[in-house]
Design a protein around this ligand. Structure first.
Ligand SMILES: Nc1ncnc2c1ncn2[C@@H]1O[C@H](COP(=O)(O)OP(=O)(O)OP(=O)(O)O)[C@@H](O)[C@H]1O
Ligand SMILES: [Mg+2]
Length: 498
């Protein structure tokens, strides 16, 4: 056995997808007992590198060594047996199975003749409690859980596998602050137990809080590996984007106009209780709160995606009750959903089609006929305006990196000419540069007189972007703040019910 201080070495990894060079000569070296951050813009190749490590993708060339010994990983099972666990960005739970079944899916899949269900459930409960989530029931169907709780189940599942290398691909994109702190505790504990952790995130503050080393990728190439303590945020961003970043939150010059939406005592299901608020033209209104606070549910009810039980919605001076998203869209009311995989994108359809779903009946179709050439040009322009990285407009949406999928999901709403639009976690999984682009788009919409609602679990984003912020907790509005009163202190208090 070779002497090495590294637990894992990936050397000169190269990978193509057809004409797309996803990785060229990329190397990564991770020590035992360390949290190693892997960062780079959307499409830089982070997830691809990790999928090669986990056996999900085959590398074209390059070498992988564990404890100094070359290993040959050709499928996910081999990676698992070598102690490599990965939590994917687009995680893979079976929505129709229960929490306990998902956590112990390996054992179930192994096909043992008798399964002690009672034991399985109590073991699952124990694991969840260890992570501090004893409120998740092992018998609940995973599909019924919030995205955040699904993430917790995914982590739990991987922790039962005694991993030596644990990869977390944007684990916090779906969590809010208290959950993130819990996750950090878990990650630090695993590190102290000797696990090597590879941590991918677009939230740079997290990397500074958590990581020992940072490796930067750009355009499928290796940039550098640095000690976290030796670098600051600006330098890191410059390494990532190859230039210095201007202002994170651009200034807005929108005039706030007439009230366009007023919601009075809206009730819908368990998560929307007596919600009242209003929105003016040109305004960017933030909705903050913990995961599960009822923000998405409120907007879904307005958008016609879920039924309302009671309450009044006044839209441009008239009482409305949209019965379906289609009806809402026809009235200029749009909504970018938080879960792009299930609601935002048709993954098995082309990028072109995904970008124009909302506008086929007006901009590019004349007399009912779609002009595909116009459509393509239009889509190219649209996607370029938010710097989307993709191969061809005819490729399927699932060929895109996570952040670029989010941009395509967003593109169709930019195209839709809405008068009022809800963005639910619009910058989730999106790199720093692209975040600024999305903020610019929101500002441009506001400047055109559109009423913009942004649900976000990133408080810095609410503070930086919103004219006014509403905080929800357990289905109710618990705070409303304007200007200087929008700050972490006031919002956390309202979100936690202090
Ligand atoms: N299955 C695939 N088929 C075709 N191209 C792919 C596939 N998976 C990834 N790519 C391409 O490889 C490149 C790298 O993608 P990858 O998902 O690794 O990026 P990433 O760094 O994880 O980005 P993000 O931060 O957006 O998640 C992208 O250009 C992407 O479009
Ligand atoms: Mg990725």
């Amino acid at each position: 056995m070779q002497e090495t201080k590294y637990r894992l070495e990936m050397r000169n990894i190269t990978k193509h997808f057809g004409g797309v060079k996803a990785l060229t000569d990329v190397s990564l070296r991770v020590e035992p007992n360390e949290i190693h951050a892997l960062i780079g813009e959307n499409g830089a190749g982070k997830s691809t590198l990790m999928k090669i490590l986990s056996g999900a993708y085959k590398k074209d060339s390059g070498e992988i060594l564990l404890e100094g010994n070359p290993v040959n990983i050709t499928n996910p099972k081999e990676a698992k047996e070598l102690g490599i666990a990965i939590i994917y960005q687009e995680f893979m739970l079976a929505p129709d199975l229960t929490v306990a079944e998902n956590i112990y899916i390996d054992q179930l899949a192994a096909g043992k003749a008798t399964i002690n269900w009672k034991e399985l459930r109590s073991k699952a409960k124990e694991q969840l409690a260890k992570l501090g989530f004893d409120d998740i029931s092992p018998t609940e169907k995973v599909g019924n859980l919030s995205v955040a709780y699904q993430q917790v189940v995914e982590i739990c599942k991987n922790l039962t596998r005694n991993a030596k290398v644990l990869v977390l691909d944007e684990p916090t994109a779906v969590l809010t602050f208290s959950e993130i702190q819990k996750l950090f505790e878990i990650v630090r504990k695993l590190k102290s137990e000797g696990v090597s952790i590879i941590y991918i995130s677009h939230r740079l503050e997290e990397l500074f809080e958590l990581s020992d080393h940072i490796t930067v990728l750009k355009d499928g190439g290796y940039v550098d590996t640095v000690e976290t303590a030796s670098i600051d945020k600006n330098k890191l961003v410059t390494m990532m984007v190859g230039r210095e970043m201007s202002q994170m939150f651009p200034e807005r010059h929108a005039e706030i106009g007439e009230e366009i939406l007023r919601v009075e005592n809206l009730n819908a299901g368990k998560m929307v209780k007596n919600v009242s608020f209003s929105l003016k033209a040109g305004e960017v209104l933030g909705f903050s709160g913990l995961v599960g606070a009822g923000r998405t549910e409120t907007m879904r009810a307005l958008f016609g995606a879920d039924p309302k039980e009671s309450g009044k919605v006044i839209y441009f001076g008239k009482e409305v009750d949209f019965k379906s998203p289609l009806e809402a869209i026809k009235n200029g009311f749009g909504m970018l959903p938080e879960n792009r995989k299930e609601q935002g994108l048709l993954l098995a359809q082309s990028i072109r089609m995904n970008s124009t779903l909302t506008i086929l009946n007006n901009k590019i179709a004349h007399a009912g006929v779609i002009n595909h050439k116009h459509e393509k040009e239009y889509v190219k322009e649209l996607l370029a305006s938010i710097s989307t990285k993709y191969g061809n407009t005819e490729d399927n949406a699932d060929s895109l990196s996570g952040g670029n999928q989010q941009k395509v999901a967003l593109a169709k709403w930019i195209a839709a000419d809405c008068k009022c639009i809800v963005f639910d976690e619009p910058t989730r999984g999106v790199d720093v540069g692209a975040k600024v682009e999305i903020y610019n788009i929101m500002n441009e919409l506001a400047a055109k007189g559109v009423g913009v609602i942004m649900i976000s679990s990133e408080m810095t984003e609410i503070i930086g972007m919103c004219d006014r912020a509403i905080v929800m907790r357990q289905g109710e509005i618990t705070g409303e703040f304007t200007n200087e009163d929008i700050n972490e202190n006031t919002m956390i208090k309202a979100a936690m019910g202090v």
